[in-house]
Write a protein that binds this ligand. Structure first.
Ligand SMILES: [Zn+2]
Length: 374
């Protein structure tokens, strides 16, 4: 399906007069990455969507974008990242919420999702401003890690995604079909020695939403505490939603610093929720996708030896090209000099050969040997 066709179907979904469905309920429907399902998937009622992680190799049948060439997640190969000094620290505003502001926490059958008010925003680090919509987590099982992105092939225990949409669009739904529509902040979770009080604001309520579709209101807290303290060090690339409909409209930020949860917190995350089959909701991550030539930028020098500096635009770009031209020029000059030198040596040696020839004859013409044979 073309993007235009998808847009049309989304507009149809958003059209007024749809029976029984206020726009609120629409937004409440599966929002893993805020994604919406096409109409036919809503037969099982609100909150349900028919795709599953077991079926992830076939997502593209109903959602063609899932077979695209800019899909997420990806493996971040540190040695191939490109240092870009233009990547400024990520700045968050409005992330600290008062406890009297209640937030909806929901088990949507694919993840635990916390709805966020649009007063939260990314105000720095991106070329444009983005408003928050929701955050959710990806995890593994008691025996295996479950982050979506990997770094040098390493999978972390879990991963948080905070989903935002570009303020140039009126809504998340409108933004999600545009190439510059979405920004997702991702961070890795690992097991550490202490309980994490910010994650406890979510994990402490999971037992109330064990079944798919259940939701609970939780007090507001400092949402920024769920993300690393260091917002300067990150990777950046263009990708997609990691769940259907896999729209390729996400500008990804994956932080370098990881978040620590206690062992008990991690097992609560992994063990508590169930999916629509009543089975444990586990391993809700998509496998890494091919880069198809995409470049992953780093806001910092990953290694002094391997990190290549991104040729930037503007004056420094032209100086980069001038350097190239000079290098080629010197190369050619060197080659000419070397050729001339070799030619000189060759000529010189040819002359020597001609001069030496009589000498050699002289050796053969040794009177003594003749004398000896006599
Ligand atoms: Zn996600």
């Amino acid at each position: 399906m073309s993007r235009a066709a998808l847009l049309v179907s989304l507009l149809l979904l958003a059209a007024p007069g749809r029976p029984g469905a206020g726009s609120d309920q629409d937004q409440d429907h599966d929002q893993e990455h805020g994604s919406k399902d096409p109409p036919h998937s809503q037969e099982k009622g609100p909150g349900h969507s028919h795709w599953s992680y077991e079926d992830r190799e076939h997502w593209y049948v109903d959602y063609p974008d899932c077979a695209g060439t800019m899909q997420s997640p990806i493996n971040i190969d540190i040695t191939k990242t490109i240092f870009s000094p233009q990547l400024r620290p990520i700045q968050l505003s409005g992330y600290s919420l008062p406890a009297n502001q209640k937030l909806k926490l929901r088990n949507n059958g694919h993840t635990v999702l916390l709805e966020l008010p649009d007063s939260l925003a990314i105000t720095g680090g991106y070329a444009q401003q983005y408003r928050a919509v929701q955050l959710h987590l990806h995890w593994g099982s008691l025996s295996g890690h479950g982050s979506e992105h990997t770094v040098n092939g390493h999978r972390f225990a879990a991963e948080i995604h905070v989903v935002h949409y570009n303020t140039r669009y009126d809504s998340f739904k409108e933004a999600m079909v545009h190439p510059d529509g979405l920004a997702v902040l991702g961070a890795f979770l690992e097991v550490g020695p202490r309980e994490n009080p910010y994650y406890q604001e979510i994990l402490g309520h999971l037992y109330k939403i064990q079944e798919e579709g259940e939701e609970v209101l939780v007090p507001g807290f400092n949402i920024a505490g769920l993300l690393p303290a260091n917002l300067k060090l990150y990777f950046h690339y263009n990708g997609s939603l990691t769940t259907p409909p896999c729209y390729q409209t996400v500008k990804w930020t994956v932080f370098n610093q990881t978040m620590l949860l206690s062992h008990d917190q991690m097992s609560i995350l992994v063990k508590t929720l169930r999916n629509d089959d009543g089975k444990p909701l586990q391993k809700n991550y998509r496998l890494v996708q091919d880069l198809h030539g995409r470049r992953v930028l780093a806001s910092f020098q990953t290694t002094l030896v391997s990190a290549r500096q991104l040729p930037s635009e503007g004056p420094s770009s032209s100086s980069f090209h001038a350097g190239d031209v000079l290098a080629v020029l010197f190369g050619v000059l060197f080659a000419i000099t070397a050729m001339a030198f070799l030619l000189y040596i060759y000529k010189h040696r040819s002359q020597n050969t001609r001069l030496e020839s009589p000498t050699k004859s002289k050796v053969i013409y040794t009177a003594a040997s003749t004398e000896n044979t006599v």
